[in-house]
Design a protein around this ligand. Sequence first.
Ligand SMILES: N[C@@H](CCC(=O)N[C@@H](CS)C(=O)NCC(=O)O)C(=O)O
Length: 218
Amino acid sequence: MPQQTQTEANITLYHHPKSGHCHKVALFMHLLDIPFEAVIPDMAAGEHKDDAFLALNPFGQVPVIIDNNTAVSDSNAILIYLATSYASDPNQWLGSTPTERANIQRWFSVAAGELARGPALARLESVFGATIDATSALAASTALLSTMESHLAKQQSPFLVSNRLTAADVAMYSYVAHAPEGGISLDKYPTLNKWIATIESTPGFVPMPSSDIPEVRA
Ligand SMILES: N[C@@H](CCC(=O)N[C@@H](CS)C(=O)NCC(=O)O)C(=O)O
């Protein structure tokens, strides 16, 4: 049986507690103060590939949320769904001008691209024992973190887009903050570390459980 936490919710989150894709969804629900019930499918037993789960997400992946019989999958798509459905001002999170919206979407693309191919992939090996192309994961991580560092250093605020916390920051936070668990050091990125600290000091912030930190990759 899946493990369950929290009660009295309309939203069910199917997740894995050490997945950054899942953490960003849980984090966003905490930031928006949305109650939810968390369910952990038995992924080791392949529960995320059974017919019932594939009916929720044909890709057979977590996170998935069910909100009053509506299933939504993909972490970035879920952020959009939650902000649009539950935030008092969705534009605060998703952008209030064409430029803000475009920039937030750009970070969603980075989260699904460079972040997934870099720090998230590196961590997949050390935390979950997956076989990966470590050289490629390291190169992708270094390129991404250096780009984020210079982008943040040029910003007039501690955030990725405009002068407030947006869904862009939420989409990027979990795997960047936990990059050291994949052997990717954050020591060279002072502005990025300030960004992480700013998010972690936001009311409603909840951490992802930490994993052992392996040796730093070359
Ligand atoms: N694009 C998806 C990726 C989700 C994803 O990669 N989920 C992983 C856990 S972090 C998963 O369910 N892996 C199992 C599988 O692919 O079989 C998202 O952003 O939600």
